[in-house]
Design a protein around this ligand. Structure first.
Ligand SMILES: C[S@@+](CC[C@H](N)C(=O)[O-])C[C@H]1O[C@@H](n2cnc3c(N)ncnc32)[C@H](O)[C@@H]1O
Length: 232
């Protein structure tokens, strides 16, 4: 029997088994701070700080949603050099909101595309990031998206991933499992059970990632470093 989806999905979103959010695009910027109990901006700042953007860099934001953090990344880069920042999301409605919010920022682009089939050349970015995205993918897609990030980053490039992970406090476990019960999203339960870590180990990133910091009792900031070509 064909799977029933409650919400309409754009043509790009229909091409993935990821949980896409076309329907949420008009309200996402109101809801996201509520769902992170007001810590969204603080967490985003952590990611920006980790990516060390004080030098010119081409940056890719995977599962960028309405592009709030993508824009901040752009603004954090040195203004006296050309900037290239790309946000990608499968939900065309999210990309439409992100483009509207982008304003006049040359070099900031948003593309409706799949994380598991990134529309960029090999080694074309210095940095990549993704926030609150991997709990929208099943295990197989997690591995594919991670492999695509590896491919799109140049050797020596770095990626930051902030997402739901194994809870480390009781309150964190309550928050994480509440998210699962509320959205009935198996992919959230997978992250809580450590499947994002397992996906990293099943991807080209095996041996090249660590958990840089933990937040809110159930989130982890993963840092991934692609080795230089002469260092496997
Ligand atoms: C919770 S939002 C996160 C947005 C943003 N990164 C943030 O921190 O607010 C997750 C996003 O992943 C997108 N998504 C789901 N599956 C995807 C896929 N296979 N490829 C690209 N984007 C996808 C959804 O459409 C949604 O906008």
């Amino acid at each position: 029997m064909a799977e029933k989806r409650l919400h309409p999905r754009s043509a790009t979103a229909r091409r993935t088994a990821g949980i896409t959010l076309d329907h949420a695009a008009p309200v996402y910027d109101w809801l996201a701070p509520l769902m992170t109990l007001g810590s969204e901006h603080r967490l985003h700042r952590r990611v920006v700080a980790r990516l060390a953007l004080d030098r010119p860099a081409a940056v890719l934001d995977v599962g960028c949603g309405t592009g709030t953090l993508t824009r901040q990344i752009y603004d954090a880069l040195p203004a006296d050099a050309p900037r290239r920042v790309c946000g990608v999301d499968a939900a065309e409605a999210m990309i439409a909101v992100a483009r509207k919010k982008a304003g006049d920022r040359p070099g900031l682009a948003f593309d409706a595309a799949l994380a598991e089939e990134l529309p960029y050349s090999d080694a074309s970015f210095d940095r990549a990031l993704s926030t609150f995205f991997f709990h929208h993918l099943n295990f197989d897609l997690k591995i594919k998206a991670l492999a695509e990030i590896w491919r799109a980053l140049r050797p020596g490039g770095q990626a930051a991933i902030l997402d739901v992970d194994v809870p480390y406090t009781r309150f964190g476990a309550l928050c994480a499992w509440s998210g699962y019960w509320l959205f009935h999203q198996a992919e959230i339960a997978e992250n809580i059970r450590g499947k994002l870590r397992a996906a990293l180990d099943a991807s080209p990133w095996r041996g090249h990632w660590n958990i840089a910091s933990r937040h809110s009792g159930y989130l982890s900031l993963f840092m991934l470093v692609k080795p230089q070509e002469n260092k496997p």
